[in-house]
Design a protein around this ligand. Structure first.
Ligand SMILES: NC(=O)c1ccc[n+]([C@@H]2O[C@H](COP(=O)([O-])OP(=O)(O)OC[C@H]3O[C@@H](n4cnc5c(N)ncnc54)[C@H](O)[C@@H]3O)[C@@H](O)[C@H]2O)c1
Length: 440
């Protein structure tokens, strides 16, 4: 059955807590696309097509023509940061984009100035901010954020808002009683409960107002029962966590192949060097722990050692991230896989990926923002598992195992779009093409 989807009319405000490398690369890329200076490469919403019907039907529209998505010309960016630098200054400091790509966008980037941020030293120890909010309670800070959002919406004449966390990875924290229900969370906000992190305050502000919230980092943020409950109460879609951009993308491309061929895996060692501000933050063991947890789950979920104990029961998975300033945003990763095959013979696979972290993350951020806006217009609420394609550690319903295989994630996303539009889901069964011959 076809879902009622409101049209993407008017302007969409994309508000970014954290206006660093990923955020400014996203903004610059959208501005450059608008001006025809570059193509939005890597973005499914801008360049992807979707097959409809049978293979023989040859119906492959662009996704953006198939479902109503915000046009890039109608997107307005804003956000918050711990530092006062505008988007032009930050893009230059981040060292991702060449000066020659930033200069043509200067006039627009300069105007994007971060609002004062919600900060708590307990959750981020390696930076010294100069642009933060003051307030007696965390609830007061949440209300200041809500006022920021509503003012931004009004001043920029936006019809819709999404909030996308692109800020630094917070120190690892686990779920506690304060995260259990909306009531306990609100009580905690009023009582300055130390277990409520800044990202939860942003998430609360957005979801309370009914604006979709996405978490691009590995910290908990909206991945607690209270936030899920609130998202249902306010009819708001939410999703996280952690953009699946570099090494984990490679892992979730390769691991399903090994599993499909029933090739055994003794161990997978992953190491990275990274020299941007994200790397500096991750140099703190507390923040690294959040990232490690987010990166670790994927292999287990894909390989399912419970089903294949001889192949994956003893897989040793180790992940390292080293802060190495000379490398800047040009992250380099090495993966060494110790695999085994027929008659237990050992083999190795080595991957050396020299990537540009924010170049890989920016299109994911754009797609997440545009798709979660679609979800809101389609009256979808709560966790949007169909967007797990973009996440390193996808949020799911409580107790539901995540799907980390990137190909299955894409099928899930595409089938969700088909479902929303009342098209047949594609199962790849394929027998129908042979039916006449088989059953004649
Ligand atoms: N680059 C990638 O490929 C990638 C992949 C997956 C996840 N991520 C995550 O995305 C996030 C952004 O990465 P980045 O490379 O842009 O990092 P970055 O350090 O360049 O930018 C993060 C920005 O967030 C700001 N910030 C920190 N705490 C804040 C708060 N409480 N409120 C407002 N602003 C705050 C910082 O001042 C900084 O400017 C990180 O959490 C990173 O782990 C990045």
């Amino acid at each position: 059955m076809k879902r009622e989807i409101k049209k993407a009319e008017g302007k969409l405000g994309i508000l970014l807590p954290g206006m660093g490398a990923v955020a400014t690369t996203l903004i610059a890329g959208v501005l450059a696309s608008r001006k025809g200076l570059s193509k939005p490469i890597g973005s499914l919403t801008q360049m992807g097509t979707i097959r409809l019907g049978k293979r023989t039907d040859k119906r492959n529209p662009l996704i953006k023509d198939f479902v109503s998505l915000a046009n890039l010309d109608d997107v307005v960016f804003g956000g918050w940061d711990l530092f006062t630098d505008n988007a032009y200054e930050t893009a230059n400091k981040a060292g991702v984009l060449e000066k020659s790509d930033i200069e043509p966008l200067k006039d627009e980037l300069i105007k994007i100035k971060p609002m004062t941020a919600v900060y708590d030293h307990k959750y981020l120890v390696n930076l010294t901010p100069n642009n933060i909010k003051e307030g007696p309670t965390k609830m007061d800070l949440a209300q200041q954020l809500m006022a920021d959002i509503e003012n931004f919406k009004k001043e920029n004449n936006c019809s819709r808002i999404v909030v996308l966390w692109c800020a630094s990875t917070e120190v690892y924290s686990a779920q506690t009683d304060v995260h259990a229900t909306v009531e306990s969370l609100e009580e905690g906000l009023r009582n300055n409960d130390p277990n409520i992190s800044p990202s939860m305050i942003y998430a609360y502000a957005a979801v309370k107002l009914g604006y979709p919230y996405i978490n691009g980092a590995p910290n908990l943020s909206c991945d607690v029962p209270a936030m899920v409950e609130l998202s249902h109460r306010t009819n708001t879609p939410i999703m996280g966590k952690d953009f699946k951009s570099g090494q984990t993308l490679m892992k979730t491309i390769l691991a399903p192949g090994l599993r499909a061929r029933l090739i055994g895996l003794d161990g997978w060692f992953s190491t990275n060097i990274l020299g941007n501000r994200d790397g500096e933050v991750l140099d703190d063991p507390g923040s690294f722990k959040s990232k490690e947890v987010s990166k670790s789950g994927v292999l287990h979920d894909i390989l399912e050692p419970e089903l294949f104990p001889e192949l994956y029961g003893n897989t040793y998975h180790k992940i390292r991230i080293e802060y190495y300033p000379p490398r800047g945003d040009f992250k380099e990763s090495w993966d060494c896989l110790d695999i085994f095959g027929w008659m237990n013979y050992k083999m190795q696979i080595k991957i050396n990926f020299s990537c540009r972290d924010s170049i890989l993350a920016a299109p994911l951020a754009l797609d997440l923002a545009l798709f979660i806006d679609l979800a809101k217009r389609a009256d979808m609420r709560g966790v949007q598992e169909w967007l797990s394609f973009y996440c390193k550690s996808p949020q799911t319903a409580q107790g539901l195992p995540a799907q980390n295989d990137v190909f299955k994630q894409l099928e899930k996303l595409e089938n969700t779009l088909r479902y929303l539009k009342g098209e047949d889901l594609i199962t790849h069964l394929g027998l129908d093409y042979y039916e006449n011959e088989l059953f004649a």
